[in-house]
Design a protein around this ligand. Structure first.
Ligand code: MN
Length: 578
């Protein structure tokens, strides 16, 4: 009797709720309870009721009721571990844009914290703004993020669900949305450290834009039995080595996702998909344990040169921290290791959201250098199209790691110059810069650096020192720009305190080398019964030989990269021609 009654109830509930909205909301609540310390389920239900009521009668392209989209977005957010206010904003995120619910009504029902987030992801009116609407919408998002970074997390969850359901769109829309996701949303996910979302977006973009390649890679990953065997052989050996070093750690297999395999194929044209073993070592203790684990791994197998990256000590431009290394594993198979603490591991998955969960943290106070830079621009750039272009451009830049000697590493944006590296250690170092060696060669201060370059700075203590206006063109980082402009604004301020330790080439060595180079040239000239009245002809010859300045030329002479006799002959011909 009871059973009959129950099944009758279930049946009628199913009839009223054919899309199982109740089940989806229950799933959302369960995810929120599992990942949040103080969930406010009453608020979640209140936000759901309003959103469901407002969207009632609207449908998605898939044919499902529209409310399934906000529920799915809120569930993605809940799984990341956000707070209840963000979940409520996720449920309500399309109400102001797509229903009769006004921002004012939302503010009075839910307060301004949630209203600010919903407003931040609400698109601007195409009717009033025309073609500028898309760019202005992004500008608004960036502005809101300056006040509350959670708005970006909602935007990404929104896009993730739209990408998961992209197959219901027409082909031209699919391509347009996938391209925009690739250009702007994926780099944003990267900057926020939301790698868990970034990876999934990358895979869907690849599947949408290159369906054949995607299928090919998927098939390979599914049938790669070599890798499984290799990992199974490696893991016990690593465990033993870690025990030997008294490091308590968890080992995780970290296969590449399809897009990551694709990226490797792009880097090495002509190669097929491959996914060599990659392990994550999550140590129990503090960061120092990571270096102990690294020692254990390097003791076990020979490290592959140039693969070690210290993303713990390196100055960070995003949130990610780990040690990276690669070794020649058993049978010469290259094995990659990512070594990190538990906190670093969490940040490696959910980035900024990990920090938001900390007690006493204020989402309005989250400061990210790249966001500050965006906020600065948006003031200066009046044209909205140009703003979107700059945004795309800035987001396309990836950070690189350069070595500053003695094994120290500094992270700077791609295409940074020695000027940026110098100023990354504070104005005291930057202002004293006079020359730089890149990979052992004297290089112009305008040289764009590449990942893995070694940069040695030549700094002077002799007065007068200071930047030149030209450095503003070389400086890529706002930090360097700021300090250089600051120098010219307040000429003569001399109480510069050093803020970081960069190894310096002793000035003496640099000057000795210059002198030695000069002497070589003079000796050759004198041997030919000539001399030089001024530097003028030398400048011409130097630049015709591809040297950025005379110092570089003298250094090349000192290091026997340039034959002084040949140079002397060239100089004489030049001078005699006039
Ligand atoms: Mn939406």
């Amino acid at each position: 009797m009871l059973r009959a009654l129950l099944s009758a109830t279930t049946r009628s509930a199913k009839q009223d709720d054919p899309w199982d909205l109740a089940g989806r909301v229950a799933q959302l609540e369960a995810a929120h309870r599992a990942h949040c310390e103080q969930p406010d389920l009453l608020l979640v239900r209140r936000a759901y009721r309003i959103a469901e009521q407002m969207h009632r009668g609207q449908a998605r392209k898939s044919g499902e009721p529209y409310i399934t989209h906000p529920i799915a977005v809120a569930t993605i957010l809940a799984e990341l571990g956000v707070d209840t206010a963000t979940i409520a904003a996720g449920l309500l995120h399309d109400t102001v844009e797509d229903t009769s619910y006004s921002l004012e009504a939302l503010r009075s029902d839910f307060g301004s914290e949630i209203a600010v987030m919903v407003d931040g992801v609400t698109k601007l009116d195409k009717i009033h703004l025309g073609s500028a609407a898309e760019a202005e919408t992004f500008r608004k998002l960036v502005l809101t993020a300056g006040r509350d970074i959670r708005v970006m997390v909602i935007k990404l969850a929104d896009r993730l669900h739209n990408m998961r359901t992209i197959k219901f769109k027409k082909r031209p829309s699919q391509i347009r949305i996938a391209e925009a996701t690739k250009d702007v949303l994926i780099p944003l996910a990267d900057r926020l450290g939301l790698y868990i979302i970034k990876r999934e977006l990358e895979d869907i973009v690849l599947e949408t834009l290159e369906p054949e390649v995607f299928r090919h890679i998927k098939e390979h990953l599914g049938s790669d039995t070599d890798r499984k065997r290799q990992v199974a052989a490696i893991v016990p050996q690593v465990r033993r080595a870690l025990r030997g070093y008294k490091v308590a750690a968890k080992l995780l297999d970290r296969p590449r996702h399809p897009y990551s395999v694709y990226r490797e194929m792009q880097k090495h044209p002509g190669t097929g998909p491959s996914d060599p073993p990659r392990l994550v070592v999550v140590v129990d203790g503090p960061a120092t344990e990571c270096y102990a684990a690294l020692g254990a791994v390097h003791q076990l197998w020979k490290p592959i040169g140039g693969k070690f990256r210290d993303l713990i000590a390196a100055k960070k431009f995003n949130l990610y921290q780990s040690l990276h290394t690669a070794v020649n594993g058993p049978g010469g198979v290259p094995v990659e290791f990512l070594i990190r603490t538990r906190e670093m591991h969490q940040t490696a998955e959910i980035g900024i959201v990990a920090g938001l969960g900390e007690a006493g943290s204020d989402p309005a106070q989250v400061q990210l250098p790249w966001l500050r830079r965006l906020l600065e621009w948006q003031n200066e750039i009046a044209d909205s199209g140009q703003f979107l272009d700059s945004l795309r451009c800035d987001l396309a830049d990836q950070d690189i790691l350069v070595f500053t000697g003695h094994g120290e590493q500094v992270m700077v944006p791609r295409a940074s110059t020695p000027v940026d590296v110098a100023y990354s250690a504070g104005p005291a170092k930057g202002h004293r810069l006079i020359a730089a060696y890149v990979n052992g060669e004297i290089a112009p201060l305008s040289q764009r650096l590449r990942d893995g370059d070694s940069v040695e700075l030549v700094l002077t203590n002799e007065q007068p020192y200071g930047p030149s206006k030209q450095w503003l063109e070389h400086a890529k980082t706002p930090e360097a720009q700021l300090h250089i402009n600051g120098w010219f604004d307040s000429q003569g301020v001399d109480d510069l305190e050093s803020t970081g330790e960069l190894p310096i080439i002793p000035m003496q060595r640099f000057e000795d080398e210059l002198k030695a180079g000069k002497n070589r040239l003079w000796r050759s000239l004198i041997a030919r019964g000539r001399g030089l009245a001024g530097d003028q002809p030398l400048h011409g010859v130097a630049s015709s030989l591809g040297f950025p300045d005379l110092d570089s030329l003298y250094l090349a002479l000192a290091r026997e990269k340039l034959d002084p006799d040949e140079l002397a002959e060239k100089l004489i011909t030049t001078v005699d021609r006039f």
